[in-house]
Design a protein around this ligand. Sequence first.
Ligand code: GAP
Length: 459
Amino acid sequence: MRDPLLDFCFRRNDTKKDMPEKNNLMDKIVSLAKRRGFVYPGSEIYGGLKGTWDYGPLGAELKFNIKQEWWKTMVRERDDVVGLSTSILMNPKVWEASGHTAGFTDPLIECKICHQRFRADQEDIIEEHEKFHSKEGKKADWTEAKKFNLLVEAKIGVVEGEKITVYLRGEITQGVHVNFKNILNSSRLKIPFGIAQIGKAFRNEITPGNFTYRSIEFEQMELQYYVKPDEKESMRQYEFWKNLRLDWYKSLGIKPEKLRLREHEKNELAHYARAAWDIEYNAPFGWKECEGVHHRGDWDLARHQEFSGQDMSYFDEESKEKFIPWVIETSGGVDRAMLFFLIDAYAEEGERVILKLNPKIAPYKVAVFPLLANKPRLVELARKIYDDLKKDFMVAWDERGNIGKRYFSQDEIGTPWCVTVDFDSLEKDDVTVRDRDTMKQERIKIGDLKSYFREQINK
Ligand code: GAP
């Protein structure tokens, strides 16, 4: 009898298996992420819990910045999109209506030799497993594929025996659709308009792996954009959002040649989708989905109307028509975006390891150093600059070791600029600003630092 807890633990073995030795870059990223406080294995002191990750001080900051950039582009800068934040736990009927209890499945197969379970459509992982057994002189044999539901169950209620089963949301989408009428009634939005949300989702993944790429608990950032039920108009909107989302990744520094759009084959489409394109990133473990752009038609609102008995239609004042709107969805993963930003930014130049993160998302924007830690006047002025910059930016302080080591240490976590306070600073009111990517240094007046950094960040 296999211990189910053991199945979900021992992350270290799991990480090794997920990342073939040739995957040196991933090893480096995983190790940097742990060492410098971006990402730690979840529940590590208890042996881990497969598919869960904890974000350290720098990871939390990076993730926060990614979400903030997304919210800025998708909500704040638009007149036609509003934000929403809905519960993770919902009435279980929601998931019947959305089709998740019946159709949110992956094909599962089991190895008859060692009873490990895999997703039948992940050919590379299956091939690797077959090779593993063939090295032992055995030929892998598989069970027939069966449907495995990905919804994660939880029990709520205070009386034992009367607890009800609910689901941790499998996508953040449904919280938006069930509030469609609330939003309409509490705003002046007119179709076309969108509702955006960022939040946690949970999936009982058969094969979590590739670091944070496929996790059991993860965050999504989604837009549900409601349009007229019209083929031409919906496809026009679909093209618009697809391109806008692709451009967003590029605008935050991902190399364009590492990104592509891929259309789903008919047999790949999720149960709710009429059409789907993935934005993919060329990761060290292959071209992988970063974000999905889906044409959901009237699937969600029509099903909620049917299952709740509530009218989910929209009345168009201009045309005097009543209809169930169609939905164009953009659905990205925060954890995946962060992983791909890290991979894309990683560079080695001589002895230097650099994360060339776009300043907008870099955890620290600036690091401030006194040239020498044992010179009180230098420390005092550096502290003053640090305290002042902190009011506007995320700033690091470092006074250990020599300046070269401090630069290297900041390069490795992606800090775009380092400010050094030296003896000249005391006389001339200026400091050295050193650029992460070019390593060029320039003297900037202390009073001009904030506007200089603001300008550089918003370039
Ligand atoms: N509402 C539509 C939806 O959820 P999806 O393609 O299943 O669509 C959207 O998921 C995005 O969520 C993916 O592109 C990915 O970035 C992220 N995502 C999905 N499953 C994930 C997992 N197990 N771990 C990390 N991120 C995941």
